[in-house]
Ligand binder design. Sequence first.
Ligand SMILES: *Cc1c(COP(=O)(O)O)cnc(C)c1O
Length: 474
Amino acid sequence: MAPAADDSATAATPADIPSLDRLLNLAAVGTLIERHGRTFVTATLRSLLDAHRSTAKAGNLPRDALAPQAIATALADRLAFAVRTRLRALFNLTGTVLHTNLGRAVLPEEAVQAVTRALTAPANLEFDLAAGRRGDRDSLVEGLICELTGAEAATVVNNNAAALLLLLTTLAHRREVIVSRGELIEIGDSFRLPELMRSAGVRLVEVGTTNRTYAKDYAGAVGARTALLLQVHASNYAIRGFTHSASATELAALARTHALPFAVDLGSGSLVDLARYGLPKEPTVREAIEAGADLVTFSGDKLLGGPQAGIIAGRADLVRRLKRHPLKRALRVGKLTLAALEAVLALYRAPEFLPERLTTLRLLTRPAAAIEAQAWRVLPFVQAALGDAFTVAVAPMASQIGSGAQPVATLASCGLAIRAARRGARIESVESALRGLPRPVLGRIADKALWLDLRCLEKHDEAAFCAAWDGLRP
Ligand SMILES: *Cc1c(COP(=O)(O)O)cnc(C)c1O
C-alpha cells in the first residue's frame, strides 16, 4: 500500500457512505430540492447512494467520491440527465434537408407563434365566429389551400398516408383502382402502396410495365368494378432510360369519358414552382389540378415546409364525401397542426419572400459559397475540440432535398470532413460522442471520414454549434 498521503486512493467501504438525511441537509442539495422538489431529489439521491454501495462492496469506490461536494455534483448530474427531454433539438448535418427520421421540415417563427397562441388560449377550432355556431375545422385552412392551388375544396388529415387511406376507402372500397406498375412505391418505414390499398379494402389493378405505361393500358383495364384512376409520384426513386408514363392530362380525359374520378398522390407536392428559385423542378399541386386531377393528395411537412399533415385538394363534391366518412373523424388533425399549417400557408401569398421566410426553402436555396464561408468560420472550433488526433478539412459536398422530392438531384454544398490522424483514433467514437451531446450533432460516415454538411446550420445556430464542441469527449 502506498504511504500516508494516499488516503483518497484508498477504497471506501459501504460503512463510509454518509446517511441520506445528512446529505439532504447540505446547502448544495437544498438548491437542487428548490429546483426539482424533495420527492424527486430524495429518490435520485437514494439511487446514487445504492450505486455507490455496490461499487464500494466491490472495493472500487475511491474515498473522495464520498466527499459531500462530490456527492452533490454527482447528484446534480444525475438530475440533469433525468430531466433531459427525450425529444431533443439537434443539428442535422446529414446533408438531407427534409430528413424523415429527424422530423422533416423545420418550421418558421410565424408557425411557432401561431401554435403558442393556440396552445395558451381557447381558439375557434370548430366554431364559426361569423355565424355564431359550430363550424368545420377544415375551414381554417381550406380557403388558403384553394387560393394557392386552384382547387374548389380541401380537407386535412394526419399525414399523406392517411389522406390516401381516406380517399381510397371513401371512393373505392370493395372496388378497383388502376395504378401503373411503375408507381407501386414503397416509401421508407412501412408505407407500401399495394398494402395501403389492401387495408383500404381496395382491389389494385396494375397496368403497364415497370418502365413503360401508356394511357391505353389504363383504358384497357377500365371495367364495371373500376372506382378510380390513381397516379402516384415516384418520390424516392427515378426510372431512367427507355421509359414512358401516361400524362395527367391523358388520364384525366380517360377518367372523364368513363365518369370516374382521377386522383394524384403528389407526395411532396410543392405549392410553388421551385425552378424559379433555381431548384430542380417538382410538380406543383396547381399543375395537377389544371391537368384535370379531381383530387390531389400531398404532405404538409415535405416541400411545403409545414407541420406533419396530409392535404387533399380538389373537386368540392368529392371532398364533401371524404369529410363525411367516419374515417375522417379518426384521421383529423388537432389545433396545433392547423395553427402551424395556416401560418405556413399564409407565407405562400408572397412567393417573392419565401426564400427568406420559409425555413425549408431558405435551407434549400443557401448558396454553396455561403456554406463554405461558414465552414471556414466553424472549423477552428471543431479542430480545437478534436485536438491533433483528427484532421478537419473544409470539403465540397452534395446535399439532398429528401422526403421523396427529386431523389437523384443534389444541391452543391460544403462542410467539414473529419478523419483520424493517428493510429487508435476512430471517427466512429467522434460520431457517437456527437450523438451524446445535449444537443446532438448528426453527420454521416463514409470513406473513413465523418462528413458534416453545413447546409442546415443556420446563422442563428452557429454560435451554439461552435460552443457544443466544448462539451465533446470522444
Ligand atoms: C411521402 C409520401 C407519402 C407518405 O406521406 P406521409 O406524409 O409521410 O404519410 C405518400 N405518397 C408519396 C408519393 C410520398 O412521397
